[in-house]
Design a protein. Structure first.
Length: 217
């Protein structure tokens, strides 16, 4: 746990430092709120999970299916942070009204907590689309997975646009919406992949018919 906390502290320091440096100010309370919430939710993420899951999450042994799309997701996520910080602190091209920023903070936090709650429940919560035969991959249908089949992606769907609002830039918000559309596509790809390759997934899909939103889709 000590190593995890050290790595967590370094990662938060680097990300927060990058945001403040790009924004050109250390005095923006909204950016401090973002940094504090990132720190809190990511601390929750690394507690209660084993080293095997963290290795799978951050250093999977193969690129898996749909790896090119994953690269685009990562580029857009980085752009959301970089352009959001620049626009919020320096450019002021598309500022978000102050009344919307608390909404963004709340939605971002809820989305991240949903994402990390799914990670806690599912020890096969990989960053890549693959059947983890090396880890005894099986269907997980407990916790949030008893409600929708992809609760982690559901959290991302909410968190990304809200993160753009929280950072204070509609440029970031648009990038967040684009990321959400990529998430919806990813759900379709992963769902089809698991139906073909993971034993028991077809039966699970019958028991839990909705992918992201209960009673909707």
């Amino acid at each position: 746990m000590r190593k995890r906390l050290i790595r967590w502290g370094l990662a938060i320091t680097v990300i927060a430092g990058l945001v403040f440096a790009l924004a050109g100010t250390w005095r923006d309370p909204w950016l401090w709120a973002c940094a504090i919430l990132w720190a809190g939710t990511s601390l929750y993420a690394i507690t209660g999970v084993d080293d095997d899951l963290l290795k799978e999450r951050f250093r999977p042994p193969e690129s898996g299916a749909d790896s090119l799309a994953l690269a685009f997701v990562r580029v857009f996520a980085l752009a959301l942070i970089v352009l959001g910080a620049l626009d919020s602190g320096r450019w002021h091209l598309a500022p978000v009204a102050p009344a919307l920023r608390p909404v963004g903070l709340a939605g971002m936090t809820a989305g991240f907590l949903m994402f990390f709650r799914a990670m806690h429940e599912n020890r096969f919560f990989s960053a890549v689309v693959r059947v983890q035969r090396d880890r005894g991959h099986r269907v997980v249908d407990s916790g949030p997975y008893s409600v929708v089949r992809h609760p982690g992606y559901a959290g991302m769907l909410v968190a990304m646009p809200c993160a753009g609002l929280a950072l204070g830039s509609f440029i970031s918000f648009v990038l967040g919406v684009a990321l959400s559309l990529m998430v919806v596509r990813r759900v379709l790809v992963e769902d089809a992949f698991l139906r073909k390759g993971l034993e028991g997934y077809k039966d699970y899909a019958k028991r839990v018919p909705h992918r992201l939103v209960p009673r909707v889709w």
